[in-house]
Design a protein around this ligand. Structure first.
Ligand code: GDP
Ligand code: IMO
Ligand code: MG
Length: 432
């Protein structure tokens, strides 16, 4: 079968519409895998007139019979997972047969969330330009512990003795930081331990070996879809450091957090919003801090699915997109929210950057350089028609087709799927 293993990634700063594209593709996939990030993600799916926001569960969960895997690269907040499982209509016993949580996923503990918030507040107080604007979900501190080799993994919370030992070790390090650096009260062992044992009882039926699960599925001739979270420009290595998340959001992250050798990935899909948004701090060359930005925010309902924060909005940045094409090795683009551009007087796309008096089409992920960057725009014709009823590329107005063609010419990548509305059916599938 062609494209049996697909990796889907966000090509910008997150919230590109990954959840809705996964929802469309999951109809033809057997196994859907979240491979990194945690409940900082908010993936919206609108199906059957109902809205679902997934933070940890893979967005393929809505289809019956799909195996949904939470890989070892994910940082897992068990209380959040429980609320998502509870919210889904099928009985948890049915979910138990098709949700697999890797034993090696790291657990987000209460001190991670606390340290996330305290660190952000302290940085903001010291220098208003140095905080990141995190989601407050404890992501950074949890990954710190993973790489510091003190983290608590999913397999640990189902073993009360191991949990006790690891939790004591952690509190022994965390409490002095809370007390001495942040002047906070220390955390009590008993309360966290009891909660974690409870999470262990909840998670036990889902625990498994995600590496084997994926390998066995492939041996059985099944197809696998990796569901990226966040976006390329938020990647810890390739994003606009330090204004990034703490994980590998790019396609390469699938191999580590989803345990599949890179050579086994057949196709990389980049989800691209027809304009750009960013939540939190950090440079954003094409940001429109004016009526255009407000029009995009209102038209696209650009408010965070996890925190409710208004998203910063601006024009499509092809310099950044071409960087994303390279870093991920994109094979095809899924373009979302084209409908949001309907009715604008003109459309601008950034085709180069001006920096220190010269022009370049090369993206630098240096936050300092990006801040100095001035976008060079090409203005493209706009269209007035409402395109949300279009189901074929040929039904789009000429200017909308030209916009899509311009993206293809500028990136040398085919736009295979186009979103013209938030619902599952609001999709133009073109050669996908
Ligand atoms: P994700 O994190 O990448 O899954 O994206 P989010 O769910 O955070 O944000 C995308 C938002 O855009 C959600 O509210 C979606 O329902 C919505 N959306 C996705 N695709 C389209 C589209 O083609 N048109 C419109 N109008 N909305 C879309
Ligand atoms: P999805 O999967 C958009 C941003 C935060 C902040 C930075 C670091 O829905 O696209 P963190 O809490 O991860 O330490 O925050 O990363 N961020 C996201 N922005 N979409 C996301 O996920 C994000 N996950 C994290 O706003 O700027
Ligand atoms: Mg989101």
């Amino acid at each position: 079968m062609k494209n049996r293993v697909q990796a889907l990634v966000g090509a910008q700063w997150g919230d590109e519409g990954k959840g809705r594209v996964v929802d469309v593709l999951a109809g033809n996939a057997d196994v859907i895998v979240r491979y990194q990030g945690g409940a900082n993600a908010g993936h919206t799916v609108i199906a059957g007139g109902k809205k679902y926001i997934f933070h940890l569960l893979p967005s393929g969960m809505l289809y019956p019979n799909r195996i949904c895997v939470i890989g070892n690269g994910v940082v897992l907040d068990p209380a959040q997972l429980k609320s998502e499982v509870d919210e889904l209509s099928p009985a948890p016993s049915e979910i138990g047969t098709r949700l697999v949580v890797s034993c090696g996923a790291h657990i987000v503990m209460p001190y991670h969330k606390k340290l996330d918030l305290l660190s952000e507040a302290a940085r903001k107080k010291l220098d208003s330009g140095s905080h990141i604007g995190t989601t407050g979900r404890g992501i950074g501190p949890c990954y710190v512990d993973k790489y510091n080799r003190i983290g608590i993994r999913a397999e640990d919370i189902v073993s009360p003795k191991i949990l006790e030992k690891k939790l004591r070790l952690n509190l022994n390090e965390k409490n002095p930081v809370l007390e001495k650096i942040y002047r906070e009260s220390p955390l009590e062992f008993d309360e966290i331990y009891e909660d974690a044992c409870e999470w262990g009882r909840f998670i036990a039926p889902y625990l498994g070996d995600s590496t084997l699960e994926i390998d066995n599925a492939l041996r059985d001739g099944k197809s696998v879809l990796f569901e990226g979270a966040q976006g390329t420009l938020l990647d810890i290595d390739h994003g606009t450091y330090p204004f990034v998340t703490s994980s590998s959001c790019v396609a390469g992250g699938c191999s580590i957090g989803g345990a599949l050798g890179p050579g086994r990935i057949d196709r990389v899909i980049g989800v691209v919003k027809a304009y750009c948004t960013r939540v939190g701090e950090g440079p954003f060359p094409t940001e429109e801090l004016n009526d255009t930005g407000e029009r995009l925010r209102q038209g696209g309902a650009e408010f965070g699915a996890t925190t409710g924060r208004p998203r910063r909005c601006g024009w499509l940045d092809l310099v950044a997109l071409n960087y994303s094409v390279k870093v991920n090795g994109l094979d095809v683009i899924a373009l979302t929210k084209l409908d949001v551009l309907s009715g604008l007087d003109e459309l601008k796309v950034c085709v180069a950057y001006r920096l220190n008096g010269s022009e370049t089409d090369i993206f630098s992920n240096s936050a300092e350089k990006l801040r100095e960057t001035v976008p060079v725009y090409r203005t493209l014709p706009s269209w007035k028609e409402n395109i949300s009823g279009c189901r074929k590329f040929s039904e789009l107005p000429q200017a909308a087709r030209d916009y899509v063609n311009f993206i293809e010419e500028s990136t040398s990548i085919k736009v295979g799927l186009i979103g013209v509305g938030a619902g599952r059916e609001d999709t133009i599938i073109r050669d996908f």
